[in-house]
Design a protein around this ligand. Structure first.
Ligand code: G3I
Length: 364
């Protein structure tokens, strides 16, 4: 019996290429980043528990070699503070400018890190041309092209996408608690469902996150926000929209009430919806506290209480919104504040220790 014809090398390679395209890319995992060269600091402690630790970074931050080295040593995950938003990415309706975002992506790849995709829909940083061209007829095509291009470019590097950021605003008086944003005005409240379904088409392997602020402390306005966030997440689940996690921005403030039991109950409702809680923009404002030592003491204590609660609820990601105090988004108006784990001379502070202790203790 004659031997079956051996497939030519070309046909074999073509078959492998087709297989690769057909198989969805696998999003980078925290385990993959644990073995990255130079892994250390908080990400090494977090890795042992299967937890991502990282920081927000602006591409301009990386021009400082000492800060770049600190980020490389401490972080397994980076969130672009600005570079992946519409305004910097989209100079015009038919153009993309990936230069700044590619610099951040290149740094992440060089150091074996992942990126967070922040953010595909937000009511801020919308270029003027987008605001002028959004309409009931145009919005879905504009969003689809943006998502397909941006997700496609960074798909292998991004472990989770903030598909929609800050879509609720109970003070706007809507029954559904949604923000009266340009997206809602042209597309109606179901734009959120459409956004997650679109993102799920372009990144079926990635974690899709709803990201928001003001759910952490205990006050009437935060309880209203929690209810609005839960209502939105229920809406997404009922519509079979692929949403996998709630991104808690976690911009905390010393002196605002924190009730671990009440916050824990809210996190329980999030888990009951099948979602993972994530800490996505962690920093602690101590503007009401006088003196560096007292600021450090109180931020560390609040960080401990907060992180213990959120990690106990299954949080598997902690991203600080910067690593050193000079990189804080409030550094200009509050230069004496100390909201981040390292001081302006890149020395670790008590907040660093609080993060390390909480990540070491976490059960997950
Ligand atoms: O670097 C550019 C410069 O090249 C350009 O000429 C100039 C023109 O305005 O803009 C500069 O970029 C600034 C960018 O920060 C620098 O990183 C933008 O103006 C400025 O708007 C941008 O602010 C960011 C803000 O979001 C708005 O996008 C902050 O860095 C960033 O920390 C902040 O982060 C937000 C999260 O995305 C959502 N949660 C709240 C958080 C804090 O506000």
């Amino acid at each position: 019996m004659s031997e079956p014809a051996r497939p030519s090398r070309r046909r074999l390679l073509a078959g492998l290429a087709a297989l690769a395209i057909a198989r969805p890319a696998v999003a980078i995992s925290v385990a993959e980043t644990c073995g990255r060269p130079g892994a250390g600091g908080l990400s090494a402690v977090a890795c042992r528990r299967g937890i991502w630790f990282g920081s927000a970074v602006a591409s301009s931050d990386l021009a400082d070699p000492a800060y770049a080295a600190l980020v490389a040593a401490q972080c397994a995950l980076l969130t672009p503070t600005w570079e992946m938003k519409w305004k910097p990415l989209r100079p015009g309706p038919d153009s993309f400018d990936f230069a700044a975002c590619d610099r951040l992506a290149g740094f992440a790849r060089q150091h074996g890190m992942a990126l967070r995709g922040h953010t595909l829909i937000w009511h801020m940083e919308m270029p003027v041309w987008l605001l002028q061209s959004l309409s009931p007829a145009s919005w879905e095509g504009l969003l689809e092209r943006h998502m397909q291009t941006v997700i496609g470019r960074y798909r292998r590097l991004v472990s989770s996408w903030d598909v929609v950021n800050e879509a609720v605003e109970p003070e706007h008086g809507r029954d559904d608690g949604l923000r009266d944003s340009p997206w809602l005005r042209v597309a109606g409240p179901d734009y959120v469902v459409a956004a997650y379904k679109l993102a799920g088409r372009f990144a079926p392997e990635a974690r899709l996150v709803y990201n928001d602020y003001g759910c952490e402390h205990e006050a009437e306005w935060t309880r209203r926000r929690r209810r609005a966030v839960l209502r939105l997440l229920e809406r997404l689940r009922k519509a079979d929209a692929p949403v996998h996690a709630l991104g808690l921005q976690s911009h905390l403030r010393v002196g605002d009430a924190f009730d671990a039991a009440a916050f824990g109950r809210f996190l329980g409702e999030v888990r009951d919806l099948g979602l993972v809680p994530m800490v996505t923009e962690f920093d602690l404002r101590a503007d009401r506290v006088r003196g560096a030592d007292e600021k450090d003491r109180k931020t560390a204590a609040l960080a401990k209480a907060y992180l213990d609660t959120v990690l106990a609820a299954g949080c598997d990601t902690v991203v600080c919104w910067g690593l050193s105090d000079d990189k804080s988004w409030r550094a200009a108006e509050e230069p004496d504040d100390r909201p981040l784990p390292f001081d302006r001379q890149l020395a670790a502070k008590p907040l660093y220790q609080a993060l390390e202790d909480a990540l070491s203790r976490s059960a997950s």
